[in-house]
Write a new protein. Structure first.
Length: 223
């Protein structure tokens, strides 16, 4: 399975968002963190900004909804043309119904869990999802340290995905950098969100390539 890098624009210069996205040449996705200041204690952007990103870049949009009531709002991001829409298990009233609706609208359906939320209940429902996101920091802010206690959840998810024979992406988000990416990759993650590490580097495109190389080596060594 390919190693995918999805840089988060959360730590970019949002006043120059179009230019900042151009700087991540070679990225597989652009990760868009939608926060509502209710589900998480931060407020970012919503549908209008995501729509402009989708309309002005060829990089597929990887939308991560850290919001209350994703059952209402997630389909709207799929209708805009987001390549993937990920919502939180802790916030959705009907995650299976929502995942099916997202797929019907043409988006990959992703489900996310916070560091302290068990992933096991969703591993029996892999046929309903295209992406499992395991948060490796508490959601809400960039620049946090990777939580190593999430590694057993990543390993369990990888074992379940492999056993299912399904092509479900296993994404991690939080504290991903050159110093940490090999650990979740060796545990079986194959899609990585990196914000601070990419946008605080002198050359974001070079950083994307470096992260992919490190992750590939660790992932295929464990395989």
């Amino acid at each position: 399975m390919a190693i995918l890098i999805s840089p988060s624009v959360l730590n970019s210069d949002l006043a120059r968002l179009a230019d900042e996205i151009e700087r991540i040449e070679g990225a597989d996705y652009v990760h868009l963190d939608v926060m509502d200041n209710h589900f998480v204690p931060n407020l970012t952007f919503g549908l209008p900004v995501v729509e402009q990103v989708i309309n002005h870049t060829d990089i597929p949009a990887d939308v991560h909804l850290m919001i209350e009531d994703p059952d209402t709002w997630a389909p709207e991001y799929a209708r805009l043309g987001a390549a993937s829409v990920t919502f939180h298990a802790e916030a959705s009233a009907a995650p299976i119904r929502l995942a099916r609706e997202l797929r019907q609208l043409g988006a990959k359906a992703g489900i996310a869990v916070k560091p302290a939320t068990p992933v096991a209940p969703y591993l029996h429902l892999l046929e309903e999802f295209d992406l499992i996101l395991i948060m490796t920091v508490e959601p809400g802010f960039g620049g946090q340290s990777f939580i190593e206690g999430t590694l057993p959840k990543i390993r369990a998810a990888r074992e379940a995905i492999d056993a299912s024979g399904r092509q479900v992406l296993l994404q991690v988000d939080g504290g991903v950098s050159r110093d940490t990416i090999e650990k979740p990759a060796a545990a079986g993650a194959n899609m990585f969100v990196a914000g601070s590490a990419v946008y605080r580097s002198a050359d974001p495109a070079t950083e994307v390539a470096a992260l992919r190389s490190l992750a590939q080596k660790a992932y295929y060594t464990q395989a």
